[in-house]
Design a protein around this ligand. Structure first.
Ligand SMILES: Nc1ncnc2c1ncn2[C@@H]1O[C@H](COP(=O)(O)OP(=O)(O)OP(=O)(O)O)[C@@H](O)[C@H]1O
Ligand SMILES: [Mg+2]
Length: 218
């Protein structure tokens, strides 16, 4: 089953009367449960693509359908609602709220109030002991595991992760990615992961390579 279909996505950034084309006619489909790695040099358009596929930014051209819904034909409000239900996003810099504890950060986007599942996430990501801690009291890997729990708390069919382990040492990175993959496999969550790590790329079902805003392989 197809979870995401993006057709002919272009993105032109305009700044101070200068325009720059960051994406050129990119088309992507992602199947249910598929783990896709996105590779490309700095500036090739990886973050731009993820942000558009996740509905965080609008394309200049093209369309994105998530489980059959054309997300840029929705009102801003409806798109936000769909994003909360259907999409998890993990950022490189974790982006946790520092005034909230671990458990408050995780529960923040929760719509389902599925307390049992929240417990499972705490255990699966090995952060139960930090439940009442604040992000500033945690290591990078612990913050990132919290960010993953938050991204998965609504059982999204797709998880986007933009270099989620870029700040971690390679052993911690391996641990975090394995936890993420196990959870995703269990719930048939599709993953689109931007990484520079060749070892993680070998784990992927499929690799998308971007060069100057274009996909250079299938
Ligand atoms: N808001 C913006 N305004 C203007 N140009 C932008 C903006 N965001 C990104 N760009 C440009 O678009 C291109 C693609 O940026 P993007 O962030 O998608 O690259 P990336 O592949 O994620 O790079 P990195 O590996 O460094 O994160 C870059 O040349 C960047 O300078
Ligand atoms: Mg980027």
């Amino acid at each position: 089953m197809e979870v995401l279909r993006a057709e002919n996505i272009s993105k032109i950034y305009c700044q101070n009367a200068v325009s720059f084309q960051a994406l050129r006619g990119v088309s992507v489909t992602i199947q249910k449960g598929e783990f896709v790695a996105v590779l490309g040099r700095s500036g090739s358009g990886k973050s731009t693509l993820l942000n558009i596929l996740a509905g965080l930014d609008k394309p200049s051209e093209g369309k994105v359908c998530i489980e059959g819904t054309d997300i840029f034909h929705l009102s801003e409000e409806k798109r936000t609602f769909l994003r909360r239900k259907k999409i998890g996003f993990v950022f490189q810099a974790y982006e946790l709220l520092h005034s909230l504890t671990v458990i408050e950060n995780i529960r923040l986007p929760e719509l389902t109030k599925d307390a049992e599942y929240v417990e499972e996430l705490l255990d699966a990501l090995k952060i139960r002991q930090y439940e009442k801690s604040y992000p500033d009291q945690l290591s990078g890997g612990e913050q990132q595991r919290t960010a993953i729990a938050r991204a998965l708390v609504n059982h999204p069919p797709i998880l986007f992760a933009d270099e989620p382990t870029g700040n971690l040492d390679s052993r911690t990175e391996r641990v975090v990615i394995d936890l993420l993959k196990n959870l995703a496999a269990k719930y048939e969550t599709s993953i689109l992961l931007v990484t520079h790590n060749e070892e993680l790329v070998r784990d992927a079902d499929r690799v998308i390579r971007l060069e100057d805003g274009e996909i250079v392989n299938g």
